[in-house]
Write a protein that binds this ligand. Structure first.
Ligand code: ZN
Length: 309
C-alpha cells in the first residue's frame, strides 16, 4: 500500500511517506473486546514537516467507540497505584502551569477519564469534570464525584471558555481527527488555560529503533496517532495554543528488572530481524511478520502542556 497523496492530519503537509508495515496481534482486540480487522493491511505514515505519525487505513471511529463502550471497568485498573501510574507527576505539572485563580476551585476536565481514578487522586479541592465513552467506567467516575459531561469531547456543549485545565492521558494516540479534537479543547479552555496531554513520544530512542514495529504502534490496533514535541506544537499552533512544556518519561514507574528484560528482548529483536532469525526457523518465527516485543518500561511517553493564547 502506498499513500503518497495522503496529507498530514495535523499540519496539512503533503510531505507524507510510508515508514513501514504494522503487524497487529491475531486475533486483534481493542480495550479487551474482539474487533474484526480481517483483510486490512496496516502501515505507519510519517509527516516530514511536523513529525506526526499515523496509521492507515482508518479503523472507523464508531467501531473503536463500540469497543470502548463495552470495555470492562477494570480493563485499565479499577484502582491503579497512583504513584506507579504517575498521577503525582501529572498533578505536579498541573499545579506548575495552571492559571492563577483569584477565588473558587480550578475547573479541571479529564477527557477519557475512564473510571475517574486520577481525578479521585487529585482530590475535591478541584471542580472535576469527565468525558468517557465506556458506560460502566463512566458510571463509576460519577460515583467518585466526577461530573460526567458526555461520551466524547465532541459532544460536550455549553462549556465554551469554561475550563482552567483539560487533561487527556493515554487518549491522543486513539484520536483519528486530531485537529477537530484540539479545536474543541481550545474552545472549552479559558484564555490562559492549559491542556496537558500524555501519549507516546515518537522521538524516544526505543520508538525510533523499532519504527512501525514498535509495540506501542503494533500491539494495540486502537493506537492510530503518534506524537512528538514538534507535532504537538504544530497542533497547538493551528488551534490557538502554544507549547509551554515538554517532558519524556516511561508510561508508569516500573521495576528496573522490567526495563532490563524488555530492553534485552527488543535489542535482540532488532539485531535478529534483518538476518531472518539467522535462518533458524524457531528464531525466524519470533522476528518475522510480527511486532517487536513489549517495551512499556522504556522512556517512550511525553507529557506536553499547551497554553491557550
Ligand atoms: Zn505534519
Amino acid at each position: 500500500m502506498t499513500n503518497e497523496k495522503e496529507k498530514c492530519p495535523v499540519c496539512g503537509s503533503a510531505d507524507v511517506r510510508d515508514v513501514g508495515r504494522v503487524f497487529h496481534p491475531e486475533p486483534p482486540r481493542v480495550a479487551g473486546v474482539a474487533i474484526d480487522l480481517a483483510g486490512l493491511e496496516f502501515h505507519l505514515l510519517a509527516c516530514g514537516k511536523c513529525g506526526f505519525r499515523f496509521k492507515r487505513p482508518f479503523i472507523p471511529t464508531e467501531k473503536l467507540l463500540d469497543c470502548y463502550a463495552r470495555a470492562d471497568t477494570g480493563n485499565w485498573g479499577v484502582d491503579p497505584d497512583p504513584i506507579q501510574r504517575r498521577f503525582d507527576t501529572l498533578l505536579a505539572v498541573m499545579r506548575r502551569h495552571a492559571p492563577a485563580k483569584a477565588g473558587g476551585a480550578l475547573r479541571v476536565l479529564d477527557v477519557g477519564c475512564f473510571n475517574g481514578a486520577m481525578l479521585k487522586y487529585f482530590g475535591d479541592e478541584f471542580d472535576r469534570y469527565g468525558v468517557e465513552p465506556g458506560k460502566e467506567p463512566a458510571a463509576m467516575a460519577g460515583r467518585r464525584g466526577v461530573k460526567m459531561l458526555a461520551d466524547t469531547i465532541e459532544q460536550v456543549e455549553g462549556h465554551e471558555g469554561y475550563f482552567d485545565v483539560i487533561l487527556s492521558i493515554d487518549v491522543l494516540e486513539h484520536i483519528n481527527d486530531p485537529i477537530a479534537f484540539f479545536e474543541k479543547v481550545s474552545r472549552l479552555l479559558k484564555p490562559g488555560g492549559i491542556f496537558i496531554g500524555m501519549t507516546g513520544d515518537t522521538d524516544a530512542p526505543s520508538f525510533r529503533l523499532q519504527g512501525s514495529l514498535y509495540w506501542y504502534v503494533s500491539k494495540l490496533p486502537e493506537h492510530v496517532s503518534f506524537w512528538n514535541r514538534s507535532s504537538m506544537s504544530a497542533a497547538g499552533e493551528r488551534c490557538g495554543m502554544r507549547l509551554v512544556d515538554h517532558t519524556r518519561m516511561s508510561h508508569a514507574r516500573n521495576p528496573v528488572s522490567d526495563w532490563v528484560v524488555q530492553t534485552g528482548m527488543n535489542l535482540a529483536f532488532a539485531a535478529l530481524r534483518p538476518t531472518g532469525g539467522l535462518g533458524i526457523p524457531a528464531l525466524r518465527k519470533r522476528v518475522s511478520g510480527r511486532s517487536a516485543p513489549n517495551w512499556i518500561a522504556s522512556a517512550d511517553h511525553l507529557i506536553d502542556v499547551l497554553r491557550k493564547c
